[in-house]
Ligand binder design. Structure first.
Ligand SMILES: *[C@@H]1O[C@H](CO)[C@@H](O)[C@H](O)[C@H]1NC(C)=O
Ligand SMILES: *[C@@H]1O[C@H](CO)[C@@H](O)[C@H](O)[C@H]1NC(C)=O
Ligand SMILES: *[C@@H]1O[C@H](CO)[C@@H](O)[C@H](O)[C@H]1NC(C)=O
Length: 270
């Protein structure tokens, strides 16, 4: 019964999105005249999304954004390709590599199959970097090197939660305003001494770099991102957030977790 309901839900979501698509399909001219959040740069549609995977990634940092972007794909208005990138094509597990982090030998660790390796170096428009316990691994050299190499070719970089730590280690956040998990603030911010770490912030945009606070803040970041980077972004944002019944936070400063975790206020504005 549960499975039946879930599959009906998915069918009706797809149906709802399909219904939505013909009347709001972006025309070529609307794409040409669409502007990004900077309001000066005409954009072409985003096509290729990558996700940087590493051992002990945080599940929702990956699947939260992909849930939203897959529903956007199911609206059939935009062609979108997904590249799941890792150092090898071996399954990537959420299990911590460091045994003391799994002292009871639990087996509660899903895996995900990469589609490409860093060496494939696909042309990406957007790269999503998740956080997770593995972010603090000393053995993150290939991930950091890939991010440093890929960033200059991206149109947008998105980090979720402690994924900002990977970007900080790659140096790509130097001189930028950025945020990260407030729960893990003390662990992550020292990884980027040249970064203008911002709190309170549910997410922060600096140029083409979008960084979110902890885990579920990544959902609100992705909605805000869709809102400004797609020609009919506000309609897509309303439709998809409603379809998944997400109580959207559209104010990027709405961050009660900074106070809860005693993170000092700093915003680097004026
Ligand atoms: C906006 O675009 C202009 C021109 O490309 C660039 O110089 C500027 O840095 C951009 N500002 C932001 C906030 O991205
Ligand atoms: C989307 O952008 C509109 C302005 O174009 C703004 O009023 C609205 O709050 C934004 N929504 C989100 C979820 O960012
Ligand atoms: C956004 O949230 C902050 C923090 O709660 C608040 O100070 C600010 O007034 C809010 N902005 C808007 C436009 O509601």
């Amino acid at each position: 019964m549960v499975f039946h309901s879930v599959s009906s839900l998915i069918t009706s979501l797809s149906y709802m999105l399909a219904l939505f698509s013909p009347s709001t399909r972006a025309t070529d001219s609307s794409i040409k005249t669409c502007r990004d959040e900077n309001t000066t740069t005409p954009i072409t549609p985003l096509l290729n999304y990558g996700v940087l995977l590493y051992r002990a990634f945080e599940l929702m940092d990956v699947f939260g954004p992909l849930e939203i972007l897959q529903l956007l794909t199911e609206s059939k208005q935009y062609k979108q390709n997904l590249f799941l990138l890792s150092r090898t094509l071996a399954p990537v597990t959420t299990e911590p590599a460091y045994p003391p982090m799994n002292p009871l030998s639990s087996s509660f660790w899903p895996v995900i199959l990469p589609t490409h390796t860093f060496a494939d170096d696909p042309d990406l428009d957007v790269l999503i970097v998740p956080g997770g316990a593995g972010e603090r691994s000393p053995d993150l050299g290939p991930e950091v090197a890939y991010l440093r190499h890929a960033y200059p070719k991206l149109r947008y970089l998105i980090t979720v939660c402690t994924g900002a730590g990977v970007a900080a280690r790659a140096g790509v956040l130097d001189g930028r305003r950025a945020t990260t998990s407030k729960y893990a603030w003390g662990d992550i911010t020292p990884l980027g001494n040249g970064v203008k770490w911002v709190a309170p912030a549910r997410w922060v945009v600096d140029g083409n770099i979008w960084t979110s606070s902890g885990v579920t803040a990544g959902l609100d970041l992705v909605f805000a991102f869709i809102n400004v980077t797609y020609p009919n972004g506000p309609e897509l944002t309303t439709l998809i957030s409603g379809a998944i019944e997400h109580k959207l936070v559209s104010n990027s400063s709405d961050d009660p977790f900074a106070a809860r975790f005693n993170v000092p206020t700093q915003n680097y504005l004026g």
